[in-house]
Design a protein around this ligand. Structure first.
Ligand code: SF4
Length: 694
């Protein structure tokens, strides 16, 4: 319901879509939202916005929202509406029964990058303090977990190094595996402005995204690599920089371990890493790689922005480390205009990682095996914590299929639609005795749920989101939760039903606990955020105004660490049956699996996902523009309309994944990043053939 008439009051809050974290004034008439107006003082967006944040909020009042808790004994039974009290008592009793019967480690929880920091903190606390294990994971598992590993290893912490303002001082930019125009539109506008002022651009992407040659913007180099060869291309860039003596010796000697650099430099200098040696493998002409490397090394302030085209590979973590190596070798860390910047997809994926949502880490990226860190939480929470890392999402599903994992609490996540190998996910969920889904809508995962707890939207709660530049933004409640409880209250009541003495009266008290236990948040409070507008962590005694740029005087880990990055081919191979490579991405008006945006008027801009295919590949198969095609991989098949375009290279096809009918994850494989299990969504061997439709 959108109110007609003039607004009566407004509340400043934060967009709940992408990792840019734009601030908006929600203009209200009573309890009804009149419009979302980009806030001119927003420190991430400075008055700008895109069509998602501006217009795609109608889902908050959509008729599909479930507003009452529901229970069923078996997933084949009809849902039965129950009171909140009955739902909490039922979940608590089921989880305790299952732990008594199958052991402490037979249950777990999944946090959401769509929820606030405070809500995420509570879910991991419930798992650790209530369930007594570390079986907690986050949807970052399927997107930026390699960022956590790769930047942690090389720089010492899992976060982008810069603020968005930094792009205004950059001279040469590498965009790799990201399409900011569609995925991070407000950042893309700032990048394009800088490019129009003369900064140079290198795009590394299998597809000709609009930054390559768009309105008023043209890249100096486009390296159209074969999907799956990121490591070979980035290492070849470093090969040129090292062998041609273009590295920044002063920076490396001062800021990094010189002997590790020498070892790495010897490795990348090997002939097998030269642009010529890897040309046949990557599909990128060697002279383009050489030109791009020289431009990046000699072009002034060099910055690197990357997205899921880097992380969602079997070598996602390796590519992140290769990017970090490249930045350190060229001295591009620790000042405005440079740096390594993961473009986080979801509004609070940075925050969900910061809040200890991984099975091996407590809040603030401190390992669960660290006695001193555990002691901080043990004293405050009044429990003894398990020091063994718990199960990741894929391991929970494996254990469920094997019979040892029996119950799962999922807050704000649709793993059946968003995780790889749909058949395996459904088999895992089907094998559990109690699946609890907390969400706005009956999502695909809810088909396997025994309990449904209605969720609240970002308009209905207080809290904070942390964006891709580590900026902690306030989320302010603008309307009463239609389901009666904000998500943090649901988790608290569940914890109380399980016997935990939680008594937070407001999310600000949860943030106070986060600040008391997490050094990088030490000075963060709602009052302080109101005073500063927002703040970028670390925000503590040493950095009372926050930290727009990281690693200024030294890396978080001390010396920056160069790490050898050996290219290893993915096990996903093309062949006669599956000769093409499928990769995926997003479109501006829609968001991820579309659960929210498809329930808004934005759907008129994108009614279906199509398969982009090169004219040569289409002609060879007798496919015409707009035809139905069958897209098949070793994992499964689906049907889409074809879109013939030379934006993709011969041998590569591309689709978005915003509509459930597309079933993109029926096609993707179960290969994953060697370090983090992040799924290899970006490389799937496929065949495309004419079809009569679904
Ligand atoms: Fe800003 Fe991203 Fe929201 Fe668009 S989707 S308004 S760029 S935060």
């Amino acid at each position: 319901v959108i109110a007609i008439g003039q607004p009566e009051h407004s509340v400043v809050t934060t967009c709940a879509y992408c990792g840019v974290g734009c601030s908006f004034k929600a203009e209200m008439r009573g309890e009804e939202l009149v419009r979302m107006v980009p806030w001119k003082d927003g420190q991430a967006n400075r008055g700008h916005s895109c069509v998602k944040g501006r217009f795609a909020y109608g889902y908050s009042t959509h008729r599909d929202r479930i507003l009452n808790p529901m229970i069923r004994e078996k997933v084949s039974d009809p849902w039965r509406e129950v009171s909140w009290e009955e739902a909490f008592a039922h979940v608590a009793s089921e989880f305790r029964r299952i732990q008594y019967q199958y052991g402490r480690d037979s249950v777990g929880g999944i946090t959401s990058s769509r929820c606030t920091n405070e809500e995420t903190y509570l879910v991991q606390k419930l798992v650790r303090a209530g369930f007594g294990n570390n079986n907690v994971d986050t949807c970052a598992r399927v997107c930026h977990s390699p960022t956590g590993y790769g930047l942690g290893q090389t720089f010492g912490t899992s976060a982008g190094t810069q603020n968005f303002d930094s792009v205004e001082e950059t001279d040469v930019v590498i965009v790799i595996g990201a399409n900011p125009t569609d995925g991070h539109p407000v950042f893309a506008s700032r990048l394009k402005k800088r490019l129009r002022q003369g900064a140079k651009l290198i795009v590394i992407d299998p597809r000709r995204i609009d930054l390559v040659k768009g309105p008023h913007v043209e890249a100096s180099y486009h390296l159209p690599l074969r999907p799956g060869t990121n490591v070979a291309v980035v290492t070849a860039l470093s090969h040129v920089i090292v062998t041609e003596g273009l590295f920044d010796e002063k920076f490396i000697r001062e800021r990094c371990d010189w002997s590790e650099f020498e070892d790495w430099a010897g490795f990348v200098s090997e002939d097998r890493h030269s642009p010529e040696a890897v040309e046949a493998l990557t599909g990128v002409p060697a002279e383009l790689v050489r030109g791009a490397a020289r431009l990046f090394a000699k072009g002034g302030n060099g910055s690197i922005y990357y997205g899921l085209g880097v992380t969602e590979h079997s070598q996602g973590s390796t590519t992140v480390m290769a990017i970090a190596n490249l930045a350190m070798a060229t001295g591009n860390i620790g000042r405005p205009g440079v740096g390594v910047n993961p473009l986080r997809g979801q509004n609070n994926v940075q925050g969900s990682c910061d809040m200890g949502s991984f099975p091996h880490e407590l809040p603030g990226y401190r390992h669960i095996s660290d006695d001193a860190t555990r002691e901080i939480f043990e004293k405050l929470w009044g429990v003894e914590l398990n020091n063994e890392p718990g199960l990741r999402i894929p391991n929970m599903l494996d254990a469920a299929v094997e019979g040892s994992f029996k119950a799962l609490y999922i807050q704000g996540e649709d793993i059946l639609q968003s995780d790889p190998d749909t058949k395996h996910v459904s088999a895992g969920l089907a094998a559990m005795e109690c699946v609890v889904v907390q969400d706005l809508f009956l999502n695909e995962t809810a088909n396997y749920a025994h309990v449904f707890l209605p969720g609240s939207t970002f308009l209905e709660k207080d809290g904070t989101f942390t964006n891709a530049e580590r900026r902690i933004n306030r989320v302010r409640r603008v309307m009463t939760p239609k389901n009666g409880l904000a998500d943090w209250e649901v988790t608290q009541k569940l914890a109380q039903a399980m016997g935990l003495a939680w008594n937070y009266r407001h999310p600000s008290e949860i943030m106070d606990e986060i600040a008391a236990t997490t050094p990088s948040f030490a000075l963060v409070s709602y009052d302080y955020l109101d005073k500063l507008g927002s703040v970028q962590w670390p925000c503590n005694e040493k950095h009372p105004q926050g930290s727009p740029i990281m690693h200024v005087d030294g890396f978080v880990r001390g010396k920056g660490k160069f790490i050898r990055t050996e290219y290893v081919a993915t096990d996903e191979k093309t062949g006669p049956r599956f000769p093409l490579l499928l990769t995926t991405g997003r479109i501006l008006s829609q968001y991820n699996v579309g659960a929210q945006t498809r329930r808004t008027d934005n759907v008129v801009w994108h009614e279906e996902d199509r398969l982009e295919i090169h004219p040569h590949d289409a002609e060879n198969r007798g496919i015409h523009d707009g035809d139905w095609v069958r897209l098949a991989s070793r994992a499964g098949e689906t049907t889409l309309h074809a879109l013939i375009t030379d934006r993709v290279s011969p041998g590569v096809v591309y689709t978005t994944f915003h509509h459930p009918d597309t079933q993109a994850n029926v096609i993707t494989t179960d290969f994953s990043d060697w370090a983090t299990n992040c799924p290899e969504y970006k490389v799937t061997a496929v065949q495309v053939s004419p079809s009569n439709g679904p």
